[in-house]
Design a protein around this ligand. Structure first.
Ligand SMILES: NC(=O)C1=CN([C@@H]2O[C@H](COP(=O)(O)OP(=O)(O)OC[C@H]3O[C@@H](n4cnc5c(N)ncnc54)[C@H](O)[C@@H]3O)[C@@H](O)[C@H]2O)C=CC1
Ligand SMILES: O=C(O)C(=O)COP(=O)(O)O
Length: 609
């Protein structure tokens, strides 16, 4: 050990956070132009690796791909043709719009993926009804407030969205609503259609020189800001997570919530609907606003308390509101929509031809990629791992799972596993080695053999936590050619059925390396070994004396069990040794008994890898 740095102790970092990922593991935030994207027909070996590792297919034994059967994708809301064509080239596509919640639940168990927009509620019942078949939910748009992410994660279902293709459409709709509201376009149009000519009634307000407060300075918010600057408005923004330099670059000042709402002539909402933003525009907030303020909401209806807005409109605090989104869609209570100072559109922010084609292709690619095992760039509830990183980590991913499987089989029955320590020896800078994938596979290896839960990248941390398993990770610096020199898995506070696997620290300890691209076991307890982690493994502790390999090899040979690898590790000559024997077939009980009865063999265990 040269240096050691603790990565995590008792807490598992969440897969998705608001904090940026280290650059090496980040995808480009905007999609590549279509012609630059990889053709879906050319499935890279990386995707196959991931697929075979079942990284994103929690429940499927992947018979579909083995038998070359097509998957089924349910599309529950209108999707652009280019996206549908792409999906059809890969899967059976069932377009069923306006499904009732009951119909959705009854259909979902025969679907591998579901594609929705904002109108489909993908709640816990949907995941329960899927009975483990649903592997991916694709949200053809940005907001994922209609998908129960917690339930998706618990059921090991990946959720992906299409976060960029409708940004401009939403921003343009925001500006369109702002201008239409300021100049009473909708009301004047309706009045003319009713045969009237009311020039004095529909005198508007000017936008130039007015202060616009952008609430939520993300993709849409900043595009609205850019356009509003072009209209000569003074733009401020409130966003606790937005970088000040991005705002500065557009000439926008980032201000506090109170400052934004109290100084603005126009307020445009662009934050996501979360527990923190739910009904954040309420009576108390409206009371802080300038009398005669104008509000635009192209984000989510739920960020406004609609009853409070109605009161604010009636009292004149809010002069006008332009609403594209509502708490309930379509809104049942039409008081707001019918209010003469309200301009309303039926959630049209993303509805341009261009945006819908873009979103459809973006989500189709993400869903097809995910079904093929690709780790998505737009995953909402799983780590985003670019293909080149996955390709590099692939053999270590296999090693991690095998070590987990091996370690758990060394635990003697009845002793509950509570703490697992993983030590990575690596020459990489900690920021340059994303261990989430490896950790997930170790968890998979540990939990799957002892439970009926299927583990994948989406639910690994969640299931570990649920089972009370505390995973701690440590990085030890070591010069190595690849990303990882070795991985050690230690299980503490348990008894072992193979005492020699217990290290000085009273932990079951196994260590492995990747050699020639294949996972190898390099250490068991305090003994060094060198055996390929493929097929099955027999571990024997014996007196170190001549003829042992021959004896055990002979017993296996008699029963036609093929030995693929054999390695002996010992600490002191002629004392104790560990023999690790890789076998292609599983020896029957008789054969194992015979090995156990070889006089110099003190203990042995058969492990299924
Ligand atoms: N009406 C429509 O058809 C469309 C609506 N949208 C909605 O617009 C919203 C914004 O979308 P994007 O800009 O693409 O998302 P984004 O994720 O790029 O931006 C959201 C911003 O809100 C900020 N934010 C989070 N909590 C906040 C808080 N408490 N106060 C202030 N800011 C907060 C975030 O830091 C982020 O910068 C989403 O709710 C999305 O669903 C997006 C596209 C179309
Ligand atoms: O992308 C978003 O967040 C939207 O609100 C767009 O919703 P839609 O796909 O048009 O139902």
């Amino acid at each position: 050990m040269i240096a050691s740095s603790r990565l995590t102790t008792t807490t598992l970092p969440p897969y998705t956070t608001l904090t940026p990922k280290p650059p090496r593991f980040r995808f480009f935030s905007s999609p590549l132009p279509l012609k630059c994207r990889k053709p879906l027909t050319t499935i890279t070996s990386v995707l196959k690796i991931a697929d075979s590792l079942n990284l994103s297919s929690p429940a499927a034994p992947d018979l579909n791909s083995l038998l070359n059967l097509k998957r089924t994708i349910l599309v529950s809301e209108k999707l652009g043709d280019a996206g549908l064509d792409l999906l059809r080239s890969f899967a059976n596509v069932d377009c069923c719009y306006n499904l009732s919640p009951e119909d959705l639940c009854s259909k979902i168990s025969s679907c591998d993926a579901l594609i929705v927009r904002s109108g489909t509620k993908v709640n816990r019942q949907v995941f329960e009804a899927a009975k483990g078949r649903l592997k991916v939910v694709g949200r053809a748009g940005v907001g994922i407030d209609n998908v129960d992410l917690q339930a998706a994660t618990e059921f090991g279902c990946l959720v992906v969205n299409a976060p960029t293709a409708n940004t401009i459409a939403a921003a343009e709709h925001g500006i369109a609503l702002l201008a239409a509201m300021a100049r009473n376009i909708a009301q004047a149009d309706a009045s003319m259609k009713a045969g009237k000519w009311q020039r004095n009634k529909y005198v508007g307000v000017s936008m130039v020189g007015k202060t616009l407060a952008i609430m939520g300075f993300g993709k849409v918010g900043s595009e609205v800001a850019r356009r509003a600057k072009g209209l000569g408005m003074h733009v401020v923004a409130h966003d606790p997570y937005a970088p000040a330099d991005r705002a500065r670059a557009i000439g926008v000042e980032l201000v506090s919530f109170d400052q934004a709402v109290s100084t603005a002539d126009f307020i445009s909402l662009h934050m996501p609907l979360t527990p923190a933003t739910s009904k954040v525009f309420n009576d108390a907030t409206f009371a802080k606003m300038k009398k005669g303020v104008r509000i635009i909401n192209v984000a989510r209806g739920g960020v406004i308390d609609e009853d409070a807005l109605l009161r604010a409109l009636d009292s004149g605090i809010v002069a006008q509101a332009a609403l594209d989104v509502f708490c309930e869609e379509p809104p049942k209570d039409s008081k707001l929509v019918l209010h003469e100072n309200v301009t309303a559109t039926p959630h049209l922010g993303a509805s341009t031809k261009e945006a819908q084609e873009g979103v459809a292709v973006e989500i189709a690619e993400a869903v097809v990629g995910a079904l093929q095992g690709e780790l998505s760039a737009t995953a909402v509830n799983a780590p985003m791992v670019p293909p080149e990183v996955l390709s590099e980590l692939a053999p270590y991913v296999t090693l991690a799972e095998k070590l987990g499987r091996l370690a758990v089989q060394l635990v003697s029955g009845g002793s509950g596993i509570q703490s697992v320590k993983v030590v990575y020896r690596s020459g990489r800078d900690p920021d340059d080695l994303d261990t989430r994938l490896l950790r997930a596979m170790i968890i998979k290896g540990i939990i799957e053999p002892i439970s009926d839960t299927i583990i994948n990248l989406v639910n690994a941390d969640f299931i570990a936590k649920q089972k009370g398993l505390v995973i701690s990770e440590e990085r030890v610096f070591a010069n190595s050619g690849g990303p990882v020199d070795s991985i050690q898995v230690r299980i503490g506070h348990v008894k072992s059925k193979f005492q020699s696997a217990v290290s000085e620290n009273e932990e079951i300890s196994v260590e492995g390396k990747v050699k020639y691209g294949k996972p190898h076991l390099s250490r068991v307890g305090g003994f060094e070994v060198d055996v390929s982690l493929e097929g099955n493994l027999i571990l024997c502790r014996q007196v170190d004396q001549p003829g042992m390999i021959g004896k055990v090899g002979g017993i296996l040979g008699e029963k036609n069990v093929n030995v693929s690898f054999m390695s002996v590790g010992r600490n002191v000559r002629r004392k104790k040794a560990i023999m690790a024997i890789g076998v292609d077939e599983e020896p029957d009980k008789d054969t194992l008994d015979k090995i156990g009865h070889v006089p110099a063999i003190e203990e042995f265990v058969f492990l299924n890898l």
